[in-house]
Design a protein around this ligand. Structure first.
Ligand SMILES: Cc1cc2nc3c(=O)[nH]c(=O)nc-3n(C[C@H](O)[C@H](O)[C@H](O)COP(=O)(O)OP(=O)(O)OC[C@H]3O[C@@H](n4cnc5c(N)ncnc54)[C@H](O)[C@@H]3O)c2cc1C
Length: 428
């Protein structure tokens, strides 16, 4: 018998790929889906944090398409950066037209110097300046990344960036600066989104294909014995024990190490060094049609508390009641910090007005907030050294990590689904 801890996409994909093996999934929440859940409030469907689905992996693409059947639509990205009072199409470097001329000149000349004079880099800050150039760094990449990570960019590694940031060449930058960009960049230039049910339709589509899912079942203790693992569950207020030959865990590592007994000190110490950030997520329903036609907007400037806004009504019109608009807002903050929710709501409201998205007189039918404790894994300079040691300890004890905060990687839904499949094939 196998235990699966957590029914986010990683736990669900583990169960799906274990096929007819015997397993039980324990989920502390009342519903499966984890970070990919959606919720309905006053007729608006929101995701807990804004999600779109995209992948370069053919297996995951066809799995998700098959699971969702006709409940998925493909979209061509309409994403922009709101900067210097104008909308620059994403990616910034490839679409400089419309920015002040001195900004365009600094971005292009900086990128040229970086290409002509390649310099070594040892951290994320240096990677930005030495690879993308000083201008792109100063005007966009440094302020935006400071805002989203809430961590010193000079203390961050750069390996995670490969394949994530589009990298137009100088000719392509010049073309974009003249307003004649005809190329789409980056892995999410086209993406998919469920027609009904928000992003939560993806985890929900796994549920009919799995068995033994226990919700409201929180894992509160794990004891590793020679040939078995004993776990204690708080299930509907009652404590129960289960024995497994092996468990697949998607519980965030810092939480997992609070409940495993007898962990060696060196591993515990490493687990306490893991860095992540947290998120204040807000969802707004506006009683007005078409506040924008865009899918999402990035905000690098300090004047705005949020770093990104997404618009569910443009991802699928079925997320939003007729003649209304909807906004999802992200504000990150450092791990172990707190954030003043009321003050943040005021700053969100005034920021939306200043960015000309809503008007003072607009009725906000919904203004919901939620804290997401684990939002982004931060690749500090010790990530590469410490994380493999932690994961090795777990697998040696038949606790197989699956998912974003159990494998401690900045992975999206596609990699989460795929990694769980790979872990099942390797360890079951
Ligand atoms: C702000 C944000 C935006 C994102 N945007 C995108 C996007 O646009 N596209 C994309 O592809 N990906 C996106 N992602 C990534 C995506 O959310 C993750 O890759 C994926 O959801 C990770 O799934 P998981 O199962 O590993 O983790 P989770 O979803 O966190 O699942 C873990 C589960 O374990 C449960 N659990 C925890 N502790 C216990 C316990 N003690 N007992 C029982 N159960 C427990 C939790 O309740 C949860 O259900 C985004 C993530 C964030 C934070």
């Amino acid at each position: 018998m196998i235990g699966i801890l957590g029914a986010g996409l990683a736990g669900l994909s583990t169960a799906y790929h274990l096929k007819n093996r015997d397993y039980i999934i324990f989920e502390k929440d009342s519903h499966p889906g984890g970070l990919c859940k959606s919720f309905l409030i006053k007729g608006y469907t929101f995701d807990y944090a804004p999600h779109i689905f995209f992948t370069r992996n053919e297996y995951v693409k066809s799995l998700v398409n098959n699971l969702l059947g006709d409940n998925i639509a493909t979209k061509i990205r309409k994403a922009f950066i709101y900067i210097y009072g104008t909308h620059v199409e994403y990616p910034f470097e490839a679409n400089l037209a419309g920015l002040p001329q001195n900004v365009i000149d600094e971005c292009i000349s900086g990128a040229m110097r970086a290409k002509e004079n390649p310099r070594e880099y040892h951290n994320f800050y240096e990677w930005i300046v030495n690879v993308l150039g000083e201008g792109v760094g100063k005007h966009y990449m440094i302020p935006y990344n400071q805002k989203i990570w809430k961590y010193d960019l000079k203390k961050m590694d750069y390996h995670w960036i490969a394949g994530r940031v589009p990298s137009p060449n100088i000719e392509e930058m010049k073309k974009g600066a003249s307003g004649i960009q005809d190329k789409a960049f980056g892995p999410n230039a086209t993406f998919s989104y469920p027609i009904k049910g928000g992003i939560g339709a993806i985890p929900n589509s796994f549920v009919p294909h799995i068995k033994n899912l226990k919700c409201n079942a929180e894992v509160i203790n794990i004891r590793v014995r020679k040939n078995e693992i004993i776990i204690s569950i708080r299930e509907n207020e009652k404590k129960k024990e289960y024995k497994f030959e092996k468990i697949f865990s998607s519980i965030p590592l810092p939480e997992l190490f609070k409940i495993i007994e007898d962990v060696p000190n060196d591993i515990l110490k490493l687990s306490r060094k893991l860095v992540h950030n947290s998120l204040l997520f807000a969802a707004i329903g506006v009683d007005r049609l078409n506040i924008t036609d865009k899918h999402w907007l990035y905000f690098p400037e300090k004047d705005y508390i949020f770093h990104r806004l997404s618009f569910p009504m443009n991802l699928s019109e079925k997320t939003t009641p007729p003649k209304k608009s909807s906004i999802m807002i992200e504000v990150t903050f450092p791990m172990n910090d707190t954030i003043n929710i009321e003050k943040s709501k005021e700053l969100i409201h005034s920021g939306l007005i200043n960015a000309n998205l809503i008007k003072e007189k607009d009725t906000l039918e919904v203004f919901y907030t939620e804290i997401v404790k684990y939002a982004y894994v931060i690749y500090d300079l010790d990530h590469k050294k410490n994380v493999p040691k932690i994961l090795e300890y777990l697998t040696a004890n038949n606790i197989i990590p699956v998912g974003r905060f159990a494998q401690w990687e900045y992975i999206n839904m596609d990699k989460t689904i795929l990694n769980a499949k790979n872990q099942v094939e390797k360890f079951s």
